[in-house]
Design a protein around this ligand. Structure first.
Ligand code: SF4
Length: 628
């Protein structure tokens, strides 16, 4: 199998058993790799209706055919499990250097089940795979453990860890790696914690067979050169995702004060330029990336000075403006705390701002909170993050995420618990962005921008402009609006579907999507790289996007199987977005109409081939050769 290491690794933690088997050819032929593999395997191998923290819930790691092949940004690792946040299909993607070492060690797919008898770590060094005790690391912070393990085992080992939050089964615990890279979403770290696994260590030194090594090398070099020649290259790398902060604020999409509004007057203090001026020491990139977007920096606060990677845009918006924290050093410090205790900064920002609003309204008492907390106060935010990780006081409730916390706290708090399907909404306020809102609503894993990003088209429908502009085009254009007219919700469905199908394509191949999305690298490069790696012809816009679509149907069927009343009602946004008008900023007065939400859902379901309850019809399943 050209392009693949050729093996699946199976680890049964309860039995202490490790098995290796050849990678199934039918997985390769039908699902190619990465997210394709995880969707298929989770559906087929997870026992139906198993609880997320049941030892039988599978934890899957998968690479793609382009992973690790010295091609631009070919170091993404895909993780998958049944999500504790949503109870449905969950996956999360991570950069860095871990996955390529798994592939060099010989494994395209790793499937972990069971629960270790004691705190443990999994050690993988080529053919040596062992479950080792990790008592000395349990209770320690993620980067602290990564440093200590590198000290113990050697710098060349790539390590992923969970923090205290993962050990304590916080529903939005993440996996950390490479001192600042995370698989952040869906509570993937909590599932590892439920299996008593503190870390996974990988080192691989084997080669991967490719169909045409010379052709691949030549095309790989051309692809690197093409990335550097793109107009977006110079604009993207200096600030990375943080470069979009002011644009989001100018178009009224920056979540502020728990999504009460979408604009703040201090964006200049918390944007990419502030990171460069105040924090940055160096750029930091994932394996083989030509456009490194990570920023490694030094934050100085009254609580102490820390080194941290980030903050990225999502952290700036959700732990910054959404919590009213207007200090770049303070935001970086909260980023550091999240990394250390091992929680996703997106969900963390949404949960902390939800807690601050509950506290302000008197729904959480000072006694439950453990101190008097305030918007924009670093001590308050850090306190809430810490009690969540330790599950102390109200932190035990907040550890459920905003949906679960609102159910316990009561009053009208579910109206401002900002999530879809149980996963917290990320950094794009969408009351005047119907396409973006529909993307969030219909995402298989809950409210995650990584599944669909069409905010630029929404803004273009309201103010004019290019609906297909890249992010670079958007942020380098004029976007300083006093007011923005109502965006048009008609015709958003094709754009949402296109975005929802494009994004899995990169997760399937095992590359970062940002070279395509942010700087406009053409899809033809991926077709040719895939050919030289595997020897197979693939039409990106036909074959690969069709597989993306198939995965979308399969994950929807997984959710239907696992959630007893799954259907249309799981696709609604929080009530705040259709009941409360935006009080200020360029989108002042806008609110999403419930009738528009229904209309968009009807159109979307019809276009997908789903019934009025959002379930794939038999004809749709047959068309995609899905027997579920
Ligand atoms: Fe990693 Fe950023 Fe490069 Fe993507 S663009 S591979 S996330 S450094």
């Amino acid at each position: 199998l050209y392009g693949y290491a050729g093996n699946t690794l199976r680890i049964d933690l309860s039995a202490g058993k490790v098995e290796k088997e050849p990678l199934k050819k039918e997985w390769v032929d039908e699902f190619i790799g990465g997210r394709g593999f995880t969707s298929k395997i989770l559906y087929d191998e997870n026992p139906p209706n198993v609880e997320p923290f049941d030892p039988e819930n599978r934890f899957i790691i998968a690479m793609g055919p382009l992973s690790g092949l010295f091609l631009p940004a070919s170091g993404k690792t895909h993780f998958c499990t049944k999500s504790p946040a949503t109870g449905g299909y969950g996956d999360s993607n991570m950069g860095g250097h871990f996955g390529v070492n798994m592939k060099y060690a010989g494994y395209d797919v790793t499937i972990i089940k069971g629960k270790a008898k004691e705190p443990s770590y999994i050690f993988i060094d080529n053919d040596t795979v062992e479950i080792r005790p990790a008592g000395q690391y349990w209770g320690k912070g993620s980067t602290e453990v990564e440093s200590a393990m590198k000290e113990e085992l050697g710098e060349e080992y790539q390590i992923l860890t969970i923090g205290e939050a993962g050990e304590n089964l916080v529903n939005f615990a993440c996996i950390s790696h490479d001192f600042g890279r995370q698989a952040g979403r869906i509570g993937i770290g909590a599932v590892l914690g439920s299996k008593n696994i503190k870390a996974i260590v990988a080192r691989g030194t084997k080669s991967i067979p490719v169909f045409d090594p010379k052709g691949l090398l030549k095309k790989g070099k051309e692809t690197y050169a093409a990335c550097r020649e793109k107009p977006g290259f110079k604009g993207w790398t200096p600030e990375g995702t943080a470069g979009i902060t002011n644009w989001c604020n100018d178009v009224g999409a920056l979540p502020t004060r728990n999504f009460q509004t979408s604009h703040c007057d201090y964006a200049d203090k918390i944007n990419g330029k502030a990171i460069l001026k105040e924090l940055k020491i160096t750029d930091k990139g994932c394996f083989a990336c030509p456009i490194p977007c990570g920023k490694y920096g030094h934050a100085k606060t009254k609580r102490g000075n820390v080194y941290v990677e980030g903050p990225e845009y999502e952290t700036l918006s959700l732990l910054g403006s959404n919590c009213e924290l207007d200090d770049i050093h303070g935001i970086a410090y909260t980023n550091y705390i999240c990394d250390e205790v091992g929680i996703d900064t997106c969900s963390a920002g949404a949960v902390v701002s939800f807690a601050l609003e509950c506290y302000e309204k008197g729904y959480i008492s000072k006694e439950e909170m453990g101190m008097d907390v305030k918007w924009g106060d670093l001590d308050s935010i850090v306190h809430i993050l810490n009690i969540i990780a330790k599950r102390e006081g109200i932190g035990d409730t907040l550890a459920l995420g905003v949906q679960g916390a609102a159910e316990k706290i009561g009053y009208d708090s579910s109206k401002f618990a900002i999530h879809v399907k149980g996963l917290e909404w990320t950094g794009y306020e969408s009351r005047n962005a119907p396409g973006m809102m529909l993307g969030y609503m219909t995402s298989d894993i809950g409210a995650h921008h990584g599944r669909c990003w069409v905010l630029g088209s929404d803004v273009a429908t309201a103010v004019g402009g290019d609906k297909n502009a890249t992010v670079h085009d958007l942020i380098s254009g004029d976007s300083d609006f006093d007011t923005i007219p109502k965006a048009d919700h008609k015709n958003v469905v094709p754009l949402v579907l296109k975005s929802q199908h494009l994004r899995p394509a990169f997760d399937i191949l095992g590359t970062c999507r940002l070279q395509y999305m942010e700087i406009g690298l053409e899809t033809e490069y991926y077709e040719e790289l895939y050919y030289y790696a595997t020897g197979k012809k693939m039409d990106f816009n036909k074959d690969l996007l069709l597989l993306s679509e198939k995965i979308w149907h399969l994950n929807r069927m997984f959710n239907k199987r696992e959630i007893s009343d799954f259907g249309r009602k799981y696709d609604y946004p929080p009530a705040r977005f259709y009941e409360e008008k935006i009080p200020n900023g360029p989108n002042k007065g806008h609110v999403m109409d419930l009738g528009v939400i229904e209309e968009m859902l009807d159109t979307y379901y019809e276009a997908r081939g789903w019934d009025e309850n959002g379930i794939p019809t038999q004809a749709t399943l047959e068309k995609h050769n899905l027997t579920v």
